[in-house]
Design a binder for this molecule. Structure first.
Ligand SMILES: *[C@@H]1O[C@H](CO)[C@@H](O)[C@H](O)[C@H]1NC(C)=O
Ligand SMILES: *[C@@H]1O[C@H](CO)[C@@H](O)[C@H](O)[C@H]1NC(C)=O
Ligand SMILES: *[C@@H]1O[C@H](CO)[C@@H](O)[C@H](O)[C@H]1NC(C)=O
Length: 447
């Protein structure tokens, strides 16, 4: 896992190969596209925007000795010139919008029964333009379109419209999304958690809401009370297993503790016996006590675990009076069910997701492998962690994997750029060969 490789992100799949090259398009398509290109160029030229946009604005030399009146006049002239450019750009934008409409119409026309190639190309062009491949229908159209509240407080004007949240990458997986939205409104949702996870991991996050009842596992029983629930394996009847290769917790425990294949990215998640964060080895393994001691007693109260575990960190913290929310993605195993059964709070947050917390909301964030992504995504994630931490809040990198050469070349400067201050810093080889680890306690400065 090249967590901090600046040039890549191991999780990003390469784009699917193009099904058909541009050179294979039909003569009709070429003609129409040439027509459109000519049209667009003529719009730009006739609007007069081309030459004037190419002309650079040359600022008048500021003559400070002229006094403030001359300076003010110069500044006003600059402002006026800027305003004029903006208005020109807005006009041009509107014209390009019109040309885009024309393109859509033309591409529709190209989709004649004999033009299978043209149809395929039309789809590719629409997808590239950020559009859906097919017109939306049914529940999907309802769930994605603007919604109106039942009580139109303002008398039914546009202010009552609410635009539901939907991951923008959903347009890329329209086939799966349509399958996900094919349910009976008001009935029971299909057992399709696997499909939902696939959609979310493909970037379709958040998913649209649905008007169906999520199924409950058969024979569900009340959970154990706290604190017993923290350290008991939940009953198998607390999970809907359809989406997972394992069909019970004993299978999961075996998979997550065995050295080979295991449950991906989940090192002993379901193993409750391991004593963790109790002993500080002065190197990569920090103890919870040592981390909490970095702040005045009792001032670490709420936190977030981006550690891709089964909630054990949150359980240990709860025993010390700290409320920790665990970020989990139940892709290969029912991590969310497991954490919930233990009496802990889990939220569905992937490495690509803006953290669902307000600014300065948390006292501590722990991050481990996979929780923050890599490459450029890592820098965005670190700035987001900085945002949700309060001044004086702690970021604990807990055995964060990083190629050895990148520790000093990439990770350390990046943390500094974001604004974190090092309180503690340890690096060293980890369990895996050729893999280097970083443990660090970092502080968001008070001022
Ligand atoms: C609320 O306003 C919308 C938009 O004007 C309208 O379509 C809808 O019927 C209104 N709903 C109610 C309950 O009045
Ligand atoms: C657990 O599930 C596995 C398959 O996933 C099965 O082989 C095993 O018998 C099950 N064990 C119990 C106790 O149900
Ligand atoms: C990083 O730099 C420090 C000195 O600034 C050095 O002691 C350390 O070994 C370097 N770490 C790696 C992983 O290269």
């Amino acid at each position: 896992m090249d967590q901090c490789d600046p040039h890549g992100n191991g999780k990003t799949k390469p784009p699917p190969p193009r099904r058909r090259g541009w050179w294979q398009c039909s003569t009709t398509a070429v003609t129409l596209l040439m027509f459109l290109l000519t049209n667009t160029v003529s719009i730009v030229v006739s609007s007069g925007a081309g030459p004037s946009l190419l002309r650079r604005y040359r600022p008048a030399t500021l003559r400070l000795w002229d006094g403030s009146a001359a300076l003010l006049a110069d500044l006003t002239a600059t402002q006026a010139a800027l305003d004029a450019s903006r208005a020109e750009l807005a006009g041009l934008h509107a014209r390009v919008g019109t040309a885009n409409e024309l393109l859509r119409t033309l591409l529709h026309a190209m989709a004649a029964p004999d033009g299978a190639a043209a149809e395929q190309q039309r789809e590719e062009l629409l997808a590239a333009a950020g559009g859906w491949r097919r017109e939306l229908a049914g529940e999907l159209k309802l769930a994605v379109g603007p919604l109106h509240s039942l009580t139109n407080a303002t008398g039914g004007d546009e202010a009552a419209a609410v635009f539901p949240a939907l991951g923008h990458a959903c347009v890329r997986v329209q086939d799966d999304l349509e399958r996900y939205m094919a349910y009976t409104p008001g009935g029971e949702c299909p057992a399709d958690e696997a499909l939902a996870h696939r959609l979310m991991l493909g970037g379709c996050e958040p998913l649209p809401r649905r008007r169906c009842r999520a199924p409950s596992p058969k024979g569900y029983a009340h959970p154990l009370p706290l604190p017993a629930s923290l350290w008991a394996t939940p009953p198998d009847t607390s999970v809907v297993w359809d989406a997972y290769p394992c069909k019970n917790y004993s299978c999961l425990q075996q998979a997550s503790t065995s050295s080979s294949p295991g449950v991906a990215g989940c090192d002993g998640c379901f193993d409750l016996r391991k004593a963790r964060w109790a002993r500080d080895d002065g190197a990569l393994s920090y103890s919870i006590a040592a981390v909490l001691a970095a702040r005045p007693s009792g001032t670490v109260r709420v936190g977030l675990d981006l550690g891709s575990g089964g909630g054990t960190f949150a359980a240990r913290m709860l025993e010390r009076g700290v409320t920790v929310v665990t970020a989990a993605v139940s892709a290969g195993a029912p991590l969310n069910s497991f954490i919930a059964s233990r009496g802990l709070v889990s939220v569905h947050v992937t490495a690509a997701h803006r953290l669902p917390f307000f600014d300065r909301a948390l006292d501590v964030v722990r991050a481990r492998a996979g929780g923050l992504g890599g490459g450029v995504m890592l820098e965005f994630a670190l700035f987001d962690v900085y945002r949700v931490l309060r001044p004086g809040g702690l970021l604990w990198l807990d055995q964060f994997p990083c190629p050895r050469a990148q520790v000093n070349a990439t990770l350390a400067p990046m943390l500094g750029r974001v604004g974190f201050k090092k309180l503690r810093w340890n690096t060293g080889p980890g369990k895996e060969k050729n893999q280097w680890y970083v443990s660090a306690l970092l502080e968001k400065p008070m001022a």
